[in-house]
Design a protein around this ligand. Sequence first.
Ligand SMILES: [Zn+2]
Length: 54
Amino acid sequence: MAARAGETAEKSRYFRCARCPERVFAAAGTAIPPCPNGHTEFTSRMQQARGRRA
Ligand SMILES: [Zn+2]
């Protein structure tokens, strides 16, 4: 599910910002930092390979 800045990361991984292309890294057990652009919502998938064609 979606994650937010300030939540604790269950595992060490990157979180991709839901509002811009930035991503942040959070180690396991540490709080997820906010996006460099000030956003606080992150998508659940680190990298999405699939896309939907319009
Ligand atoms: Zn962002």
